[in-house]
Write a protein that binds this ligand. Structure first.
Ligand SMILES: [Zn+2]
Length: 556
């Protein structure tokens, strides 16, 4: 090649494009110049206007803006993908997978897996030797046979038990004389020897000796995870993991390996440092930028620690745990606002949401008094809200960062422990939208799958993938239209990241982040969303992913 640098414009044509741009909602073609969209319109017009652009026939496929998950833990998610998938029907298959992984590992390297459940294992022969396999559980010796030189640690699907081999038990100093920790049990055979099964807090004995992955290892895991996210249709994330996640993302960015738009939130424990440094929200670039300061206001519904006004049903003394009140949160918010950092607060229970809203009310007044910009504060989850507080997110222009799939995952728990009256305003996305709050939707992966089409399905049907609880869905009045749900995965997160002028829609000057679909999510049967994935994903004008069957760009 000679020294010419030839930058070719791309013209994607013969497509059904949903732009998310109210001025031009649909189109059949678009022109991309380097990382941005140059023009959106109809195929013939654009070929006439841009005769030198390189055409790529989309063959009638659907193009939509790339989606953003507004709440994801990228480090945890990426590392979880590297574990052996032990969610299989037999113990033998689980052991086979471990053996395969061990063969690829260096001696001494930890081997991790997740997902086994002894209750579903079929045809597992009864333990051959006396003392093996208490109550159908597997035994350390079965792992020792295939992994004598590597510590192996496999967490159960429930996350309330783990199966370790002898190497791992030794590293954790678990021996016959080791006593059970508080709220935990080292399972033992009838001779008093540890079987390799650790229950509840006993899991931490091994957990504590597992070495932290290096930044390099995290970066490599995140790089691999990107491909899975692209295939799901995601081109951006708002990350809630901490320092080593940020370091890994920066490393990937510096090495031009980061191909996702990332908004990085920072933990409140580092607010003093951020304040001292004068770190402002939005610092960075279109790939990696600083978001808000993350604070936890309360716990969660599962362990009954979400802070409530009234007790949990069946526990008259339990109203959950409130980490701080509105006053204390306001103090953090004021400090953050001084350097131009907004707040992003985890609030599940109605009491927690109430306190956050009180703090935000004060913060809005403070911003005004001090002629500071109105920052884009958020509440993460907004899982249950008191009727008197329901309008306040909109009034205070607070972003409601919600996770549609939590609604269907948690519906039984919510009805049982919060009760039907409170559940009416649980995961109440439609209520928030109707009052005028901005929605930014996400998954909280790895708590749930980051698949945005599963989230869209949950948002528009309020049903699980198996169709439960009913055709109508759970509190069907909270269903979103596809247009609103889709905006929650595109325009909403772009707004929360102060990027609405270049992200979340397909329009001139916007970043060329888009996905190609075989079905139109706006008209397909909602059940088809469950299997919908991206055929091809473009970020910043570059195809980063294409399924082998349906690779675009094949000329006619
Ligand atoms: Zn989270």
């Amino acid at each position: 090649m000679s020294g010419f640098i030839q930058v070719l414009m791309k013209l994607l044509y013969n497509a059904l494009i949903h732009t998310q741009n109210p001025a031009q909602p649909t189109a059949s073609a678009l022109v991309i110049d380097r990382e941005r969209i140059l023009a959106v319109g109809e195929t013939n017009d654009l070929f006439n206007q841009y005769p030198r652009a390189e055409g790529e026939d989309m063959r009638g496929r659907v193009i939509v803006p790339g989606l953003t998950d507004a709440h994801l833990h990228i480090r945890h998610y990426a590392l979880s993908l590297q574990k052996i998938d032990c969610e299989v029907d037999t113990k033998e298959e689980c052991l086979r997978r471990v053996e395969e992984r061990v063969k690829k590992s260096k001696p001494g390297e930890w081997v991790f897996g997740h997902g086994w459940n002894q209750n579903v294992w079929q045809n597992s022969p009864l333990p051959a030797r006396e003392g093996l396999g208490v109550r159908g559980f597997p035994h350390a010796s079965e792992l020792d046979a295939i992994a004598p030189n590597n510590p192996v640690y496999l967490t159960a699907k429930s996350l309330h038990a783990a199966w370790a081999n002898t190497h791992a038990l030794k590293l954790a100093h678990i021996a016959a004389q080791t006593s059970d920790p508080h709220n935990g049990q080292i399972q033992r055979d009838d001779r008093g020897q540890a079987t390799g099964i650790l229950l509840e807090t006993a899991m931490e004995l091994v957990g504590n000796v597992i070495p932290e992955p290096s930044i390099e290892e995290i970066a490599n895991a995140v790089e691999k995870a990107q491909r899975i996210l692209w295939k799901m249709g995601l081109t951006g994330i708002h990350d809630f993991d901490r320092r080593d996640s940020f370091m890994a993302l920066q490393k990937l960015h510096a090495e031009k390996r980061l191909k996702l738009r990332v908004l990085k939130n920072i933990p409140v424990e580092l607010l003093d440092e951020a304040h001292a440094l004068g770190l402002r929200g939005g610092f960075g670039d279109d790939w990696l930028r600083i978001g808000n300061v993350k604070v936890f206001m309360d716990g969660a519904l599962g362990p009954h620690t979400a802070a409530m006004f009234q007790p949990y049903i069946g526990e008259e003394n339990n109203r959950g745990i409130l980490n701080m009140d509105g006053e204390e949160l306001f103090e953090h918010g004021r400090k953050a606002a001084q350097v131009g950092l907004g707040m992003t607060v985890h609030a599940i229970g109605d009491r927690a949401n109430h306190e956050v809203l009180n703090a935000y009310e004060q913060l809005r007044a403070y911003e005004k008094e001090n002629r500071l910009p109105a920052l884009r504060h958020r509440i993460e989850h907004v899982q249950v809200i008191h009727p008197d507080d329901a309008t306040r997110l909109a009034q205070l222009n607070v972003v409601a960062s919600m996770q549609p799939i939590h609604a269907t995952s948690d519906m039984l728990m919510a009805d049982k422990y919060w009760g039907l009256r409170r559940s009416r305003l649980a995961y109440a996305m439609k209520t928030q939208l109707d009052f005028g709050a901005r929605l930014a939707l996400g998954s909280d992966a790895p708590v749930e799958s980051p698949n945005p089409f599963w989230g869209l399905h949950a948002a528009v049907t309020r049903r699980r993938a198996d169709g439960s609880p009913s055709t109508d869905g759970w509190y069907p009045e909270q269903k979103l239209s596809m247009a609103d749900a889709f905006a929650g995965y595109s325009l909403g997160p772009a707004y929360a990241a102060y990027m609405e002028d270049r992200l979340g829609r397909l329009a001139p000057n916007y970043l060329a982040d888009l996905i190609v679909l075989e079905k139109d999510p706006f008209i397909c049967n909602p059940n088809d969303l469950l299997t919908l994935e991206s055929s091809a994903t473009m970020i910043g004008g570059e195809w980063v992913y294409a399924s082998t069957v349906t690779a675009p760009g094949t000329a006619l």
